[in-house]
Ligand binder design. Structure first.
Ligand SMILES: [Zn+2]
Length: 154
């Protein structure tokens, strides 16, 4: 089965971040107007996710109109309509800011890019291939994973 890919409309920034955290390929650019976004999503073979009834109507068969407003409920609405098949091994493999893929990098490569305490004490580091942001496991990661498990796997 082909992996599901998404394009989120300007209203769905939070959902876009959570889908990326779960490992999905999600385009999000609030500056692109609706009709252009629908065209891009089609060309790029993405499901268009939107809160805009009119846009959903003109976007064709691979558009989903979401009625919920909270990100967690939107995920559950999405799971009710598409086979999301999320998997924990894909959690936190993508940059929530830019959708780039993350890859492991060594401590010596991050020395100048993270706070000194982190450079010394964090166990491992990943960097985004897109925006080059560096991530490391911190106290908030457990919380994010817990939310992902609740929203995508429960
Ligand atoms: Zn990035």
């Amino acid at each position: 089965m082909d992996e599901l890919r998404f394009a989120c409309d300007a209203m769905l920034g939070r959902l876009a971040r959570w889908l990326r955290l779960a490992g999905y390929d999600v385009s999000f650019d609030p500056d692109v107007p609706g009709p252009a976004l629908a065209g891009q999503a089609r060309a790029d073979n993405r499901w268009l996710l939107t809160c805009d009834r009119e846009l959903a109507g003109m976007a064709g068969p691979r558009a989903l109109l979401l009625r919920e407003r909270a990100a967690g409920k939107q995920v559950s609405e999405l799971r009710g309509r598409l086979p999301l098949a999320a998997h924990p091994s894909r959690f936190l493999t993508r940059c929530s800011c830019c959708n780039g893929l993350l890859e492991e990098i060594g401590r010596e490569a991050v020395i100048d890019r993270v706070p000194p305490y982190v450079a010394t004490h964090a166990d491992r580091f990943v960097a985004c291939r897109g925006c080059e942001r560096v991530y490391w496991p911190g106290t908030h990661v457990g919380k994010i994973v817990h939310t992902l498990e609740t929203w995508f796997l429960a």
